[in-house]
Design a protein around this ligand. Structure first.
Ligand SMILES: [Mn+2]
Length: 485
């Protein structure tokens, strides 16, 4: 089997990684197959860090990066060729392919891993391995314990374990031109799929039928899989943030919230659009929709190199709060509603996450506790939303100002459960105000999400062109679908 990809980017990434590993020994396990039922496994997808460094897509592989070794600086441990197993389960590169097609200095059958690692750790002061992998940690512990016997005979074995996560994740956070091209392709296909979903949906259909149309477009363009389970949430389901059952029958007058993106060569898109199933927003739907749209526009403007990530969230919640006050959804004025975080009743999630090989991609959001400045090459989402509980006639707001930063610190210090309990107590002590939720807004859930590249000049919306204004949305909803229904 010949890999379809160019090896150069992987060679370059491994070189940068090896520079950081220095005289240590890095062990990077790939993903393993997980049994689903009977003889069936869950669909396999390679671990993102492992793929980033190797380009190798098979299960049960381990990469060893050993920069100070005389010959075997990059070694792959893989499943060996096996005619019978390959007839049942598909082709394998084998040790030959790992060297010839993936650029390893040497390759061995995965069964030889423990024996070879025992040799490799000798005279290596540190082991670079990410603890927290339940299928692998025991092996590493055993290896180090056995290594002590070698120490007693005077040989050096690793005295420290270093986490490769921060090294690899900082590399993944800033997109190279090649990575960006993949990211753009995922966004492009996903844009087409969202547009078709808008054409396709109509009252009386089930959510899964729209999901099928959407994912047909992904697959027909050659995307191997979605980046995460598609959320196709109509009517009150839009108020369930990670709704993935997708089996409700859609009614006339419903909004449909779709949060879905496809993967393209290990990069994923993440787009959310909300549109009326019958093609026309009602007055209250439109009021909420346009408010979320204005908030998103404010968030997009705040994406600039040098601006902190939290500036995006600040811009979004200010606009949302102003609008919520104006629509009568909040009991107090804008300043109080922001200081008391009352908008959280309707906007309980954050505005952005990193986007890349994983939908919630790696990379720190804060550095030494301070929100991170954006840099050219980073990709993030901007995704404000408003969700009005379909069942609650009133909402209770605590009259208590607080800082979200302090709440995070506290959660870290006390643990989530104790922090939550303390927060409940404080809420109970503070006065509360019960506010009636205008009936016309109940059950409306809207989210609008785009993917944005930070450039030297500002934000470039990679998902631009996905219908978004009220006019654009209503126009495309009126078009006949391209897929049969
Ligand atoms: Mn998202």
């Amino acid at each position: 089997m010949t890999p379809a990809q160019d090896l150069a980017p992987f060679v370059e990434r491994r070189q940068r990684f090896a520079d950081a590993v220095g005289d240590g020994l890095a062990v990077i396990p790939g993903a393993r197959e997980v049994l689903r039922n009977g003889d069936v496994s869950y669909e396999f997808r390679q671990d993102s860090d492992f793929f980033f460094l190797t380009g190798f897509e098979e299960p049960d592989a381990v990469a060893v990066i050993n920069p100070s070794h005389a010959k075997e600086r990059y070694v792959l441990f893989v499943r060996p060729r096996d005619r019978e197993r390959e007839i049942w389960n598909g082709r394998r590169a084998g040790v030959e392919g790992a060297v010839a097609d993936y650029g390893a200095d040497a390759a061995y059958p995965i069964d030889e891993l423990d024996r070879r690692l025992r040799e490799y750790i000798l005279d290596r002061p540190s082991l670079v391995y990410r603890l927290g992998n339940p299928a692998f940690d025991g092996r590493i512990t055993r290896l180090l314990a056995e290594g002590r016997a070698a120490r007693s005979r005077g040989q050096v074995t690793p005295a420290t374990i270093e986490d490769p996560g921060p090294i690899v994740h900082e590399m993944r956070l800033r997109r190279s031109p090649g990575e960006l091209a993949r990211q753009r392709r995922a966004c492009e296909i996903s844009r087409e799929a969202h547009a078709e979903a808008m054409r396709y949906a109509r009252p009386g259909q089930y959510e899964y039928q729209v999901q099928a149309a959407l994912e047909f477009v992904f697959r027909a363009h050659g995307s191997p899989r979605t980046g995460y389970p598609s959320i196709v949430a109509s009517g009150p389901n839009a108020c369930i943030l990670h709704y993935t059952e997708n089996r409700r029958r859609m009614a006339d007058g419903d909004l449909l919230l779709i949060d879905a993106g496809c993967e393209w060569e290990y990069h994923t898109a993440d787009i959310t659009r909300t549109f009326p199933v019958n093609g026309r927003f009602t007055g209250p739907q439109r009021a909420i929709y346009e408010l979320v749209l204005r908030a998103q526009a404010a968030g997009l403007v705040a994406v600039r190199p040098g601006h902190r990530l939290e500036a995006v969230h600040d811009a979004v919640r200010r606009v949302l709060t102003e609008g919520l006050v104006e629509l009568g959804l909040l009991p107090r004025g804008v300043a109080d509603s922001l200081a008391m975080h009352h908008y959280r009743e309707f906007y309980p999630h954050g505005t952005s996450h990193w986007l890349g090989m994983d939908v919630h991609d790696v990379g720190d959001y804060r550095i030494r506790r301070v929100s991170r400045p954006l840099e050219a090459g980073m990709v993030l989402t901007v995704e404000p939303g408003l969700y009005v509980d379909p069942e609650r006639e009133t909402a209770t707001f605590a009259l208590r100002e607080y800082s979200e930063d302090e709440m995070w610190e506290r959660r870290y210090r006390l643990g989530a459960t104790a922090a939550k309990q303390l927060e409940e107590e404080e809420r109970a002590r503070a006065g509360t105000i019960v506010h009636a939720i205008p009936r016309e807004f109940r059950g409306i859930g809207v989210r609008i999400e785009d993917d944005v590249l930070v450039t030297a000049y500002g934000g470039e919306v990679l998902t631009a062109g996905t219908p978004k204004t009220v006019d654009e949305v209503e126009r495309i909803c009126a078009e006949p679908p391209r897929l049969p229904r």
